[in-house]
Design a protein around this ligand. Sequence first.
Ligand code: FAD
Ligand code: FES
Length: 245
Amino acid sequence: MQFYTSKIVFQKKIASNIFHLAVIKNSETILPGQFYMLKTHDEILPLMRPLSIYNVENETLNFLYRVMGKGTEALSKFKRGEKIELLGPLGNGFPMNEVSGKVALVGGGIGIPPLFETAKQLTINGCKVDAFLGYKEELFAFEPFEDVCENIFIASETGKEGYNGFITDIFHAQNYHAVFTCGPEVMMMKVKERCEAHQIPVWLSMENRMACGIGACLVCTCKTVEGMKRCCKDGPVFSGNLLSF
Ligand SMILES: Cc1cc2nc3c(=O)[nH]c(=O)nc-3n(C[C@H](O)[C@H](O)[C@H](O)COP(=O)(O)OP(=O)(O)OC[C@H]3O[C@@H](n4cnc5c(N)ncnc54)[C@H](O)[C@@H]3O)c2cc1C
Ligand code: FES
């Protein structure tokens, strides 16, 4: 973990309210499912905001984010060449060495980006990866998955693209040796239930609201069978056996 000043390589809007931000990276060891805290120039709430790693390249670190409020809106104004302060990589990441064979990645909405770096690394490790990507209406960032996954399944709630309904309607846990999921809590709960019904190991990436990002403030705690855990320091990825919703 390191606090560092980086430079914006580019920032572009890829869908309504969704931005792709690329910055110069600071570390050679960045694990899929880890995240960074980014200083956004939001003067009203000058806290850093957590964003997951979307894609790690030779020199760049890529994030995909949705503009939600003041912080992400301020972030979307950054231009190529500007300096930006980051803290990371943070958190544990997905347990890449604990899975093999056929792995399903189930992502919903802005929970989809962290699954791309995960898909890349799992494929390098020799896993066969299927991606289940659920959207409300407008699709984004599904194309890169086509290069690394065996199969991609898409659902949208409006039926504009792919299956008309929730991604969990077309996800069958019993076809896989392991499952990683990130997205809305209600979607992850369903994925966890399905996996438990077939004794398939599952890990969930929790995106609780954060303040410090380093385990000091306890803003981000979540309930587990071993008591309250900090999502930023003990997670954000937790085994399904541990989490109690
Ligand atoms: C570990 C982690 C990784 C994340 N990765 C990504 C990512 O890759 N891409 C991305 O777009 N977002 C990601 N998020 C969520 C992102 O951090 C928040 O959307 C952002 O901090 C909101 O800041 P804001 O100032 O723009 O909005 P705020 O003004 O703080 O909030 C605006 C609205 O968003 C809601 N909100 C804020 N934070 C969250 C949250 N964590 N979960 C659900 N709702 C929230 C608020 O309740 C409010 O309704 C991640 C969060 C965590 C904890
Ligand atoms: S955000 Fe402060 S303890 Fe997790």
